[in-house]
Ligand binder design. Structure first.
Ligand code: GDP
Length: 531
């Protein structure tokens, strides 16, 4: 991955842009909190939640988020850790938001996979891992909750190797578990880390030792656990691959750390791992060419749009991953899709405490650009070059429902709300050619509830979602005259998405197969590149 690459400018080389993936409840929020704590972004753990709490009182949508225990909106946070600048991009944890998550993962260079030591690889971890795999993202694994009864270390490693088909190399080895958990042996640096149970926000005590034969070990580790540790590490060294940075960077090997996020244990070692071994900002792909981070002109792409972050202003924030260059506030950038210049005067850097005005940013950083709807997912910003970044897909929704305003006088408002959510990427909205109303498509059932709740909160508009007689949507492409012919014959099944592109709506998989046979020049696709 890094072969034959020039050395990056220091400011770029020190950046680590990553996401944390996990199954709900494995400890992602707790780990995030500790990252922010050790990154100096918050003073005390518990703030992420406390701040979340305060935010949640503002709307039902947020309350729902709380009741369901899911986090719906992704955000990005930047902080310094040692000589590194970490950009942590938060991913929604619930499977109903996988599309959002997928897009978030197009903006990062690496991922941390958190698993619960008692539960191993759970369904959502597996799904998210597959998405990372599609992009060959380097993955660091954190096996959490070692202060509880957990599985045998070899069993956990085996499960990851088997289920995820990735080589696993232990970066640390746990000593004891549950009530007897003492700490871990740092295999990469030959150190002993002792967990402090008394103070959850304190970092573990580290003892420098010369190896597993060091007599000092006996002062810290009970004899039976020490014997077991020596035996296990010996076996691990024989059976498991050693850390190889190249294999890690190309996504075929994951180092695993064992720890307890809530006890701040193993977290710093994981952060050090991300800093010291993690990837620098990577080359990004556009349809025209590849973009290297060290190129001087600024380029970037929008991977997420979030509306109504501040209920007082009906603004939207477009999250932009900078692919290259050194950005400075006030810069004029070309919005490639509209071919218009945009003066970026009030970009936001997401420092954990609050949004902060960004004076400068480098390749690898995530900046937020407040706008009135011009910026959409997939859009490119450059200093003049007409680039189209690739790899940000739009998925065909798996569930379709009709929607109507309970107050028929407010149909216009509904249209506005739906258009906005479509642009935000929160749902697909189709206008059928025949009949009135809209059909809304999502990836997971829960999204309908979130949408209904948001439309009511943000637009004061109670709505009802109801079953639609369509169950699938496919984008239609082909030669213009063929598409026209096709549309004319199938009017009852045709709709337009929010970009004006033609979709074919149906309830039968059989229909889709039939069309592929009857109209060989027409292509029906389940994804479309958003550009
Ligand atoms: P998320 O859903 O993945 O964000 O998980 P949370 O961070 O909210 O954690 C889920 C639950 O596990 C919470 O009750 C945490 O307090 C608890 N938890 C997190 N880390 C640890 C840990 O290291 N040990 C123990 N025993 N509990 C933990």
């Amino acid at each position: 991955m890094l072969d034959n690459r020039p050395q990056l400018p220091t400011e770029i080389a020190r950046r680590r842009t990553f996401a944390i993936i996990s199954h709900p409840d494995a400890g992602k929020t707790t780990l995030t909190e500790k990252f922010l704590l050790f990154g100096g972004a918050i003073q005390m753990a518990g703030q992420v939640r406390a701040k979340g709490e305060a935010r949640r009182t503002r709307s039902d949508f947020m309350k729902m988020e709380q009741e369901r225990g899911i986090s719906v909106s992704a955000s990005a946070m930047s902080f310094d850790y040692g000589k590194y600048r970490f950009n942590l991009v938060d991913t929604p944890g619930h499977s109903d938001f996988s599309e959002d998550t997928y897009r978030t993962l197009t903006a990062v260079d690496a991922a941390i996979m958190v698993i619960d030591g008692a539960k191993g690889v759970e369904s959502q971890t597996q799904k998210l891992f597959e998405v990372c795999r599609l992009r060959d993202l380097p993955i660091l694994t954190f096996c959490n909750k070692m202060d509880r009864e957990s599985r045998d270390t070899f069993e956990i490693i085996d499960e990851i190797q088997e289920n995820l088909a990735i080589d696993v190399t232990p970066a640390s080895w746990p000593i004891g578990m549950g009530r007897d958990f003492v700490g871990a042996y740092d295999l990469l640096r030959d150190r002993l880390e002792i967990m402090d149970r008394a103070d959850r926000n304190r970092v573990a005590e580290t003892v420098q030792i010369s190896g597993l034969d060091d007599p000092k070990l006996a002062q810290y580790v009970p004899a039976d656990l020490l014997a077991k540790l020596r035996e296990e590490v010996d076996m691990a060294r024989q059976l498991l691959p050693v850390f190889d940075r190249e294999s890690f960077l190309n996504g075929s090997m994951t180092p695993i750390w064992f720890g307890s996020a809530i006890n701040s244990f193993g977290v710093r070692e994981l952060m050090d791992g991300m800093g010291d071994y993690g990837p620098e900002p990577q080359i990004q792909t556009a349809a025209e060419r590849k973009i290297a981070p060290e190129e001087t002109p600024v380029t970037g792409f929008v991977f997420k749009v979030q509306a109504n972050m501040d209920p007082k202003h009906r603004d939207r924030v477009a999250f932009v991953r900078l692919a290259s260059g050194h950005f400075e506030r006030g810069m004029k950038l070309l919005h490639v899709r509209s071919k218009k210049q945009m003066a970026v005067t009030n970009p936001v850097l997401f420092l954990a405490a609050d949004r902060e005005l960004a004076e400068e940013a480098w390749a690898g950083d995530i900046i937020g650009i407040p706008n009135h709807g011009q910026l959409r997912i997939g859009d490119a910003l450059t200093e003049g070059e007409a680039l189209r970044f690739t790899g940000i897909p739009s998925f065909a929704p798996e569930l379709l429902q009709g929607v109507r305003a309970l107050d028929p006088m407010k149909a216009k408002h509904l249209e506005k709300a739906l258009t906005q959510f479509a642009e935000e990427g929160a749902a697909k909205v189709f206008k059928p050619m025949i009949g009135s109303g809209y059909i809304v498509g999502v990836v997971g059932q829960l999204q309908f509830e979130v949408l209904a709740s948001r439309i009511e909160q943000e637009y004061g508009l109670p709505v009802r979602f109801e079953p639609s007689h369509f169950t699938s949507a496919r984008w239609v492409s082909g030669p213009k005259d063929e598409v026209e012919k096709f549309v004319n014959v199938n009017k009852g099944h045709i709709g337009q998405d929010s970009d004006g592109d033609t979709v074919y709506l149906t309830r039968l998989k059989w229909d889709i197969d039939r069309i592929e046979r009857d109209y060989p020049k027409i292509t029906l696709t389940a994804t479309k590149q958003m550009m």
